[in-house]
Design a protein around this ligand. Structure first.
Ligand code: LMR
Length: 396
C-alpha cells in the first residue's frame, strides 16, 4: 500500500493562494489587493531607508552566521519589549519574551504552549477574523468558535454581541484579539469599548491572545498598542504576538516576537523555559537577519527616528489612498462606499460578495479575497481608477 495515496489535494490558501494565481496571471494591468503588503507609488515593496542603513551596518560588521539562542537574539528581545509594553514598564520583569518566525510563528508557539497547559480549552476568534486564525488554532488541537464582531448592516462593531459572547465563554477560554487595524474589516474598538471588553475578559477569567501585526498603522505606536497596557492594568495573564513584517517592510525575513505576561518573575522564568521547548521541538531556533535589522534600528536613536518617520509616512499614505479610492468610486457614481475612508489599517472590507470578487479577478485582473477584503495599501494613483471602474462594473 502506498501511504501517500491517502493525501488529498488541498484547496489553495485563501490569501497566499491568490498571490500564486496573481503571479500566473499574464495580464499586465493586474492588481494584487489580496495579500496584506504595502506597495509604493511604483507598485513595489519599498525597502525602508532605516532598514537599508541597518543592513549596511550589519554587512559591514561581517559577523559569522552562528546559531541564534532558542529564545532569540538577546538584543532583539531587549529592543522589542519596551515597544510592546512601554519604556521602563514595571511589568517587564514578569514578561517572558521569545523571538518568533513572524506573527504566525508567535501564534503557533503560543497556541502549542496553551494547548499543553490547558488541553480542554476552546479558542474564540472574531467573526470574521484573519483567514489563518481558525486553521492555525484548529491545527494546534483547539476547538475554535467565534465571538460577534462585525455588524455588516451598521458597518461597524457589534459591541453588545461581542460582550455577550465573551460573557458566555467559560473561564480559561483563549480569546484572540486584534489590537488595531482589524484584519479583515478595518474596524477597531474605541478606547472606551476596549475598557468594556477588558473588564469582561478579566471578570470571566478568559485568556487574551493579542495578535499585533500592524502596530503604528492606525494612529501611532503607543495608541495602537494601548490595549496591552489596559490588560496589564486589569491584572490578567495574557500573551502578545507581534509581527514586524509590515511595520518594517520585512515580510520575507519572518521576524516576530511572543510575550507572555505572567504573575511574577519566577512564573515568567518557568514560562520562558516551556516556550523554548515549543520552539526547539519545532524549528530549533530562529533566523538571525531580521532580528539583527530590527534591533539595530530600535537600538540607535537616529535609525529609530528615521524608521518612525517612515512608518508615519506609510500610515498617512494609506489613509490618503482610502480617500482616493472613495473619490474614484464617486466618479463612478458609487456613493455608498464612503466607509472605506473610515476603516483603518491595510484592509478594507468592501461589502462585495464572493461572486463579485471572482468577477473582479476573472474579468478585471483585480485580486482580493472572496470575503470582499481588499488591501488598500497596494493602491496607487495609477491603478486606483481602474480598481474603482472594475468595482462599479461588478456592482452593476
Ligand atoms: C494578510 O492577512 O494578508 C497577511 O497577514 C499575510 C498573510 O500571511 O496572510
Amino acid at each position: 500500500m502506498n501511504l501517500l495515496e491517502r493525501a488529498e489535494l488541498a484547496p489553495a490558501d485563501p490569501i497566499l493562494g491568490l498571490t500564486e494565481a496573481f503571479v500566473r496571471d499574464t495580464r499586465t494591468d493586474k492588481v494584487n489587493l489580496g495579500v496584506g503588503v504595502y506597495l509604493d507609488e511604483a507598485g513595489a515593496i519599498p525597502l525602508m531607508a532605516a532598514v537599508g542603513e541597518a543592513e549596511r551596518r550589519i554587512v559591514a560588521a561581517a559577523a559569522p552566521h552562528g546559531y541564534v539562542p532558542i529564545d532569540g537574539l538577546p538584543a532583539f528581545r531587549a529592543a522589542v519589549r519596551p515597544m510592546v509594553f512601554g519604556e521602563d514598564a514595571p511589568v517587564l520583569e514578569r514578561v517572558a519574551t521569545v523571538q518568533t518566525v513572524a506573527g504566525t510563528g508567535a501564534l503557533k508557539v503560543g497556541a502549542d504552549f496553551l494547548k499543553q497547559l490547558n488541553p480542554s480549552a476552546r479558542v474564540l476568534i472574531s467573526d470574521p477574523s484573519w483567514e489563518n486564525h481558525r486553521a492555525l488554532f484548529t491545527r494546534a488541537g483547539f476547538p475554535v468558535d467565534s465571538y460577534r464582531y462585525y455588524d455588516a448592516e451598521a458597518r461597524g462593531i457589534d459591541l453588545d454581541g461581542m460582550l455577550a459572547d465573551l460573557r458566555a465563554a467559560v473561564p480559561g477560554t483563549v480569546v484572540v484579539l486584534h489590537p488595531c487595524c482589524h484584519n479583515p474589516t478595518g474596524y477597531d474598538l474605541s478606547p472606551e469599548q476596549w475598557d468594556q471588553v477588558v473588564a469582561v475578559l478579566a471578570e470571566r477569567e478568559l485568556f487574551p491572545f493579542v495578535d499585533m501585526a500592524y502596530q503604528g498603522f492606525a494612529e501611532g505606536l503607543a495608541q495602537d498598542g494601548a490595549v496591552v497596557g489596559k490588560l496589564v492594568d486589569a491584572g490578567v495573564a495574557f500573551m502578545v504576538g507581534t509581527s514586524y513584517s509590515k511595520t518594517f517592510g520585512l515580510y520575507g525575513q519572518r521576524i516576530g516576537s511572543l510575550s507572555v505576561v505572567c504573575a511574577d518573575a519566577d512564573e515568567a522564568a518557568r514560562v520562558l523555559s516551556q516556550l523554548k521547548i515549543c520552539i526547539r521541538t519545532n524549528y530549533s531556533n530562529p533566523p538571525a537577519h531580521g532580528a539583527r535589522i530590527v534591533s539595530t534600528i530600535l537600538g540607535d536613536q537616529g535609525l529609530r527616528t528615521m524608521w518612525e518617520d517612515e512608518l508615519t509616512t506609510m500610515r498617512n499614505r494609506i489613509a490618503s489612498l482610502r480617500k482616493l479610492l472613495v473619490k474614484g468610486l464617486e466618479a463612478q457614481n458609487i456613493v455608498d462606499m464612503g466607509f472605506i475612508a473610515e476603516q483603518r489599517g491595510m484592509f478594507s472590507y468592501s461589502g462585495l460578495g464572493p461572486t463579485q470578487m471572482e468577477r473582479l479577478r476573472e474579468e478585471h485582473g483585480i485580486y482580493g479575497t472572496n470575503t470582499g477584503r481588499m488591501c488598500v495599501a497596494a493602491l496607487n494613483h495609477d491603478n486606483v481608477g481602474r480598481v474603482a471602474q472594475a468595482i462599479a462594473a461588478v456592482r452593476a
